[in-house]
Design a binder for this molecule. Structure first.
Ligand SMILES: [Zn+2]
Length: 341
């Protein structure tokens, strides 16, 4: 069997479901921890590798929150954002919609305008210096309730940074019904932002229906349980509502028992627009290239199949038409050149 890793590594890619703090690699965490010596996070790479070895989901949340705690100043925000883009550039990710939870930073006392300036400064630098186009999805941390929802909508609509394209909803699904967030999604959508809530990761297909009907979802974060409802799959396929599939994350959080049981095959067979993403890559010991390799195995893809997967992400993205055309052309040229070697 052909080793597809070298092809994947050079393939120009777009990523649609990846979290800001959740993308902090041990290298970035070490830099942030060095800026804040009072934190309990280790600064040397070896100790950090141990620190990043998760024993269970509760441990993952604990580590995640300790990284959140390292982002204290606008300069930390800028550093994190730009360095995440550097890790993306190394994987040949050319375009990414990064999910940011501004509420966790503003609540911690970072000035909201300085926060927006920091991410925008990093975005411009990433495009210019690294060739990575970044866009933002501001998401509501569902567990923080309606106050957080109102605050996130206010930040998105009133302070709207140039790179902001969408509005999301993350955190736990169990006990956090999607319909309660309708007014905030309505406000964001009225301001021209796209709707991309997480749904159907840890709960059933009814949550995905709620996301579509109540929140106007144009893409679904995860949507793993959609395969339990054929009518839902048909609806997703017909309306080109893409699923943001994150295989390794689904195993790490136990949304899916093991990779071989991953329902991505059924999604594709039903004609759903499937995109492959990494979610919180270093925290799950993965990256987008690895997720593409996993997808190639699960879906039995060759180089052209992988190129199509990359183009699915371009189609489902909120990049402008000219940008989409350019990225698709890059993917095609790369693939044809690779196959003609
Ligand atoms: Zn996510």
């Amino acid at each position: 069997m052909t080793d597809l890793h070298p092809f994947i590594a050079g393939l120009p890619k777009a990523e649609l479901h990846v979290h800001h703090v959740g993308s902090a690699s041990p290298r970035i965490v070490a830099e942030l921890a060095a800026r804040h010596p009072d934190s309990k996070v280790p600064t040397d790479p070896e100790a950090l590798a141990d620190y990043f070895t998760f024993t269970d989901f509760a441990h993952f949340i604990e580590v995640y929150l300790s990284v959140v705690d390292l982002v204290r100043t606008p300069e930390d925000v800028r550093l994190l954002t730009f360095e995440v883009a550097r890790d993306m550039a190394r994987q040949n990710i050319r375009y990414a919609e990064l999910t940011i939870t501004p509420y966790s930073s503003t609540r911690r006392g970072i000035d909201e305008k300085a926060f927006m300036e920091a991410i925008e400064d990093a975005r411009r630098a990433a495009e210019k210096e690294l060739g990575v186009i970044l866009r933002w999805c501001f998401d509501i941390p569902g567990e923080a309730g309606l106050e957080a929802a109102a605050e996130t909508a206010r930040l998105a609509v009133d302070l709207r940074p140039e790179g902001l394209v969408s509005f999301g909803l993350g955190g736990p699904e169990i006990g956090v019904p999607r319909p309660q967030f309708k007014p905030y999604f309505d406000a964001a959508r009225a301001a021209g932002l796209h709707s991309v809530p997480h749904a159907g990761e840890t709960t059933g297909p009814e949550t995905v229906w709620d996301a579509i009907r109540e929140l106007g979802a144009e893409r679904i974060g995860h949507g793993t349980s959609s395969v339990r409802d054929p009518e839902l799959l048909a609806h997703l396929a017909e309306h080109r509502i893409a699923l943001e599939v994150c295989p390794t994350s689904n195993i790490a959080t136990r949304a899916v028992a093991d990779l071989d049981a991953h329902p991505v095959k059924e999604m594709v067979a039903a004609g759903v627009l499937v995109t492959i993403n990494s979610d919180d890559p270093p925290m799950f010991g993965s990256d987008l290239n690895n997720e593409y390799a996993v997808a190639a195995r699960l879906l039995d893809l060759d180089e052209r199949g992988l190129a199509q997967l990359a183009k699915n992400a371009v189609e489902a993205s909120f990049l402008d038409p000219a940008g989409k055309e350019k990225l698709n052309a890059e993917i095609d040229t790369y693939t044809e050149q690779w196959l003609a070697r």
